[in-house]
Design a protein around this ligand. Structure first.
Ligand code: NCD
Length: 318
C-alpha cells in the first residue's frame, strides 16, 4: 500500500489511480477523527502557504477548503476575481505568478473555463488543486461524495448510483462518473435528453430518461442542481419550465415513497428546494446531504496533506 499519491497536482479524477483514491479515503478517516476532537487542528502544513483563487462564485467549496487549510495549520491567502486585478485585464498566468512571487506553495483554484487548472499546472511552478473548472471536473466534490457513500453503506464497489439532473453542464457529474467507476460502483446518468451529453454512454454508464425507472434501479440517488448560470438567457434554455422539470425530474416525498426501499439521497448543493428535491426529501433520514458537507473538510484535508508531501520543504530550521 503506497503512502504517496501518483500525481503532483489534483486536476481531475481522470488522472487519479484507484490506489490514490483509496489513500485519500484512508487519510481522510484519520482527519475525521481529528475533527471530532475538542481541538480540531494539527500542525502538518504549518510551513506551507496556500492561495485560494476563486474566479467563480462559491460558498461551500471555498469555506470547506479554507477550513481544511486552517485545520492543517497552513498559512492562507484568499483572492476572488471580483476584487482583483483580473478586472483590470491581467492574464491568469500573470495573476498567479505575482502571487507565487510572494512564496506561495499551493494554489486552490475555481475557474469558469474547462481546463484552467491543467493550463495553470503547465505554466506556473506550484501545486495546483482544481476546485471546479467550468463544466469539466470538480474532483474534491466527487471524492467527498464517494467517501460519504462508503461511510453510509460501508462500501462503494457494487453500489448502484444514479446521478440525476443537468448532466450536460455539470462538472460534479463527470468527476463522479470517473470516481465511482474507478471504485467499482455501477453508475447511471438520468436526465432530460436536452441536458444529457450526446456521448454519455461512451463513459461506460447506463443512460436513463425516466426518473422513476432510475429510482427503482439505484441504491443512491445523487440529485444535481440545474446549472442555470451555464444555460444562457433566463437559465432554462434547455427545458420548458422549472415546474415541468420538477414534475419529471424532481424528487418529492410521494415519488420517494413509491420506491418502497431505503435509497440514499445526495445533493452537492446549493439546492434549489422544490426543483431537484423538495424540503421533506432533502431533510429525510436517508438524506446524507449534510454528511457530504461535513466529510468535505476531512477529504480536502487529506488531499492537501498528501499533495504537500510532494513539495520540497526545508525542515532544517535554518
Ligand atoms: C457544485 C459546483 O460548484 O459545481 N457545488 C459545489 O461545489 N458545492 C455543484 C453546483 O454548483 O451545482
Amino acid at each position: 500500500m503506497s503512502d504517496q499519491l501518483s500525481t503532483r497536482h489534483l486536476l481531475g479524477i481522470a488522472d487519479l489511480t484507484t490506489e490514490d483514491i483509496e489513500l485519500i479515503f484512508r487519510t481522510a478517516d484519520g482527519f475525521k477523527e481529528v475533527l471530532s476532537r475538542p481541538i480540531k487542528k494539527v500542525p502538518s502544513l504549518r510551513d506551507i502557504t496556500i492561495a485560494n483563487l476563486f474566479f467563480e462564485n462559491s460558498t461551500r467549496t471555498r469555506v470547506s477548503f479554507e477550513l481544511a487549510e486552517k485545520r492543517l495549520s497552513a498559512d492562507i491567502v484568499n483572492f476572488s476575481s471580483s476584487s482583483s486585478s483580473v478586472k483590470k485585464g491581467e492574464t491568469l498566468i500573470d495573476t498567479v505568478n505575482n502571487i507565487l512571487a510572494m512564496k506561495v506553495d499551493m494554489i486552490v483554484m475555481r475557474h469558469p473555463d474547462p481546463g484552467a487548472a491543467l493550463f495553470l499546472s503547465r505554466h506556473v511552478d506550484a501545486c495546483i488543486v482544481n476546485a471546479g473548472d467550468g463544466t469539466h471536473e470538480h474532483p474534491t466534490q466527487a471524492l467527498l461524495d464517494a467517501y460519504s457513500i462508503r461511510e453510509k453503506l460501508g462500501k462503494v464497489k457494487g453500489v448502484k448510483v444514479a446521478i440525476v439532473g443537468d448532466i450536460l453542464h455539470s462538472r460534479v457529474a463527470l468527476s463522479n462518473v470517473h470516481c465511482l467507476k474507478k471504485l467499482g460502483a455501477e453508475v447511471m446518468l438520468c436526465g432530460p435528453t436536452t441536458l444529457m451529453p450526446r456521448h454519455a454512454a461512451a463513459l461506460g454508464v447506463r443512460v436513463e430518461h425516466d426518473l422513476d425507472k432510475a429510482l427503482r434501479w439505484c441504491d443512491v440517488a445523487n440529485m444535481l442542481r440545474i446549472q442555470m448560470e451555464r444555460q444562457g438567457g433566463d437559465g432554462i434554455a434547455n427545458f420548458p419550465s422549472l415546474r415541468e422539470y420538477a414534475m419529471l425530474f424532481g424528487l418529492d416525498r410521494a415519488r420517494y415513497e413509491r420506491i418502497a426501499r431505503d435509497i440514499v439521497i445526495m445533493h452537492p448543493g446549493p439546492i434549489n428546494r422544490g426543483v431537484e428535491v423538495t424540503t421533506d426529501v432533502a431533510d429525510h433520514a436517508n438524506s446524507i446531504i449534510l454528511d457530504q458537507v461535513q466529510n468535505g473538510v476531512a477529504v480536502r484535508m487529506a488531499v492537501l496533506y498528501l499533495l504537500a508531501a510532494g513539495i520540497p520543504r526545508d525542515h532544517s530550521g535554518a
